[in-house]
Design a protein around this ligand. Structure first.
Ligand code: NAD
Length: 475
């Protein structure tokens, strides 16, 4: 956890101000961009188990230079004002970096979801939604929440339904939250999006040999050993795709109640099933176990993926990490002091605002889908197949007429004739976003001598874009 003198919010501010010091922007504008516009705290009571229980929730709006503002809702006992403000600020910078047209926001409810059963959580969530709606802190045009730690499709479905009941005449009501189940207006691929984005980010990084060299690594992504912290939504999907599709052994998984290790790689599907069944990673067959603790982050590996909570890499443990490359799947896992040590050691950090942007990117696609009231690809898919079939048939006819006897392989024909459906379009849009955004960061990283790390580069790109919007607005 962060040392007492550096809160998560301080860490984000310090990283932002370092990048801002490299710009020629007026100090007043930098300050306007840095500050959090507003944070709403709500305390509400819900009658449960025969007594009234009071809950505390937050929704912070960091910047409204673009609307709606966007950001997840977290359910955890650690939620506090400093944390939601830091996370809201990161959302502003993240959206600017990956060019999704939103301002930054974040919310949280101080609750341990494990303490309540499903019915109770539903009542609490619906009541929280009511409180947010009264202040336009959930609205398709002003503020669009999404899942984060401790929340998922289920909570988003409750929120969407509660909002719809409060605003029955709003035709865009579905777009009030993203990360909903597909059956009620969600989009294919949203659940996996942040983990998928981590995979695409790493694939892109390894397409750039100079960057790989700077990390002290060589060769391809395939075969790189990975340590991951947190096997929740983001961590599980990242670990699954990287191990199953990219051939990366996941050698260590650090969870809140223990660590498992296998130098040859853990079976992620089996481990996830084990956690579901037993509640933890202990006694997972074929792996060594260590009780709760963070020492697993220091295990031998090429890539470290913190995918749980903030402030887990500090100046205290950063000197001992063995990874050469860290990709921040979680928000804010490295403190400002920890970051300094990692930079001095030449460990490359792919920063959170880029690395975990897959979630908000696909949320953007979902929001667009909800506003347009039609699924992606529905109009074009069969038309595209029809055009492709025309071409394949014509090539067949030409080769027969000219006596060349060219034949296409069945595999090629099938792949070429297939029109893209929603999941393929989502993956294509996400891959494009991760590639393009990486290249923008790298341009600054390699192109400006004052910029030594990808995080500063990411802030520089984001800051420029936000300043341009303010400039266009006359500020
Ligand atoms: P989640 O609740 O699904 O999973 C979190 C996982 O981390 C759980 O398995 C939990 O047991 C584990 N964990 C919690 N505290 C831990 C600790 N101290 N040590 C080890 N493991 C611990 O949450 P998530 O949605 O996967 O989010 C994880 C991180 O990714 C958060 O920082 C979140 O802000 C960030 N993020 C999430 C999304 C998204 O789409 N869900 C998008 C962007 C960023």
């Amino acid at each position: 956890m962060a040392t007492p003198h550096t809160s998560f919010r301080d860490s984000v501010d310090r990283m932002f101000l370092h990048a801002a010091s490299l710009s020629k922007l007026p100090p007043g504008l930098i300050e306007k961009i840095r500050v959090c516009n507003s944070t709403y705290t709500v305390r509400f009571g819900v009658r449960l188990r025969g007594a009234i229980h009071t809950f505390t929730g937050y929704r912070s709006v960091h910047s409204e230079h673009m609307e709606p503002v966007k950001g997840g809702i977290r359910y955890a006992m650690s939620v506090n004002q400093d944390e939601v403000e830091a996370l809201a600020a990161l959302m502003t910078y993240k959206c600017a970096l990956v060019e999704v047209p939103f301002g930054g926001s974040k919310g949280g409810l101080r609750i341990n979801p494990r303490d309540w059963d499903e019915d109770e959580l539903e009542r609490i969530t619906r009541r929280f939604t009511y409180e947010l709606s009264r202040r336009s802190l959930i609205s398709p045009s002003q503020n669009v929440p999404a899942p984060d730690m401790g929340t998922g499709e289920r909570e988003m479905a409750w929120m969407a339904d509660a909002y719809k009941r409060l605003h029955p005449d709003d035709i865009n009501a579905k777009a009030c939250v993203t990360g909903k189940p597909v059956t009620i207006g969600g989009i294919m691929g949203r659940v996996e999006a942040t983990g998928r984005g981590i995979q695409y980010a790493l694939q892109e990084f390894f397409r750039h040999p100079e960057a790989v060299k700077r990390a002290g690594l060589s060769g391809e992504l395939s075969g790189k050993r990975i340590v991951i912290q947190g096997l929740g939504n983001v961590g599980y999907h990242a670990a699954k795709f990287l191990s199953e599709e990219d051939g990366c052994p996941i050698v260590t998984v650090v969870e809140y109640n223990g660590t498992v290790h296998n130098p040859n790689g853990l079976d992620i599907e089996a481990l996830k099933a084990h956690i579901k069944e037993t509640g933890g990673v202990e006694d997972f067959p074929g792996a060594s176990f260590r009780p709760a603790g963070m020492e697993g982050l220091e295990d031998e590996c090429d890539i470290l993926i913190p995918a749980a909570v903030e402030s887990v890499i500090t100046e205290e443990n950063a000197p001992r990490l063995k990874a050469k490359l860290i990709i921040e799947a979680a928000n804010g896992p490295v403190t400002a002091e920890g970051d300094k040590v990692l930079n001095e050691r030449g460990i490359v950090v792919i920063p959170d605002m880029y690395a975990n942007a897959g979630g908000v990117t696909v949320s953007y696609f979902e929001w667009v889908k909800n506003l347009s009231q039609i699924s992606l690809g529905r109009m074009e898919r069969r038309y595209e197949e029809h055009r492709n079939r025309l071409l394949v048939n014509e090539i067949g006819r030409l080769s027969a007429d000219s006596g060349l006897e060219w034949t296409m392989t069945d595999g090629f024909k099938e792949a070429y004739l297939h029109g893209a459906d929603e999941i393929e379009l989502v993956r294509s849009g996400l891959d494009d976003t991760m590639r393009e955004s990486y290249m923008k960061m790298e341009e600054v990283w390699f192109g400006d001598d004052r910029v030594n790390d990808l995080r500063t580069a990411a802030y520089v790109v984001a800051l420029r874009r936000i300043a341009n919007v303010y400039g266009s607005l006359g500020l």
